[in-house]
Design a binder for this molecule. Structure first.
Ligand code: 5GP
Length: 176
């Protein structure tokens, strides 16, 4: 399948994503029962994951969003921009950050450090995808991972290549 100028092939099917999202949801319901957690969705790439995951949460919770990007329409990392200074008060609260993908881990680490300054009671990270071979150092807060994948560039289920492919139900990897 061609997206803009690159070729992609299927990597993770929609029904496998659905199953995994349900399992993570069940785990979060158990881990955060009686704590009224705040879920912070990191836009744009995680918008479908956030929506599907949050539908599996049946404990009282709050949901907010932050927008953050390290890729600008390409396939390589670049500078991070964010709007963390404008999010709700999270001091003394149990916070779960929902990300689309942890690659080098730079974005996640940056986000965690910025959020920690705001004094949450606890802070965990939930990412749909993780590229373990690309991760520069272990992220202790990364407790929930949907799928571990190879160092491929992927699109679909919210993830884009040059803003295209976000609408795909499954996840596709670039053909090298
Ligand atoms: P990191 O800072 O961990 O290297 O990169 C994290 C961010 O880079 C993700 O939130 C995502 O926006 C982007 N990213 C990393 N790998 C991929 C990929 O394979 N596909 C897409 N579409 N974005 C990626």
């Amino acid at each position: 399948m061609k997206i803009v100028d690159l070729d992609f092939e299927p990597l993770i099917k929609a029904d496998a994503i659905e199953k995994r999202v349900k399992a993570i949801g069940a785990q979060l319901n158990a881990d955060y029962a009686d704590t009224k957690p705040i879920f912070i969705g990191v836009l744009n790439g995680s918008f479908l994951f956030i929506a599907d995951l949050i539908k599996q949460i049946d404990i009282p919770c709050e949901i907010t969003f932050t927008k953050l990007a390290s890729y600008y329409g390409g396939t390589k990392s670049s500078k991070i921009r964010d709007d963390i200074d404008f999010i709700m008060d999270i001091s003394g609260r149990d916070v779960v950050v929902i990300e689309d993908i942890v690659d080098t881990g730079n974005t996640a680490r940056y986000l965690i450090e910025k959020l920690k300054i705001k004094g949450p009671a606890s802070l965990k990270l939930c990412s749909l995808l993780l590229k373990p071979k690309s991760l520069l150092s272990k992220i202790d807060e990364l407790k929930y991972v949907g799928f571990e994948i190879e160092n491929d560039f992927v699109v679909g289920y919210g993830l884009d290549y040059k803003e295209m492919g976000r609408n795909l139900k499954g996840i596709y990897k670039q053909v090298k």
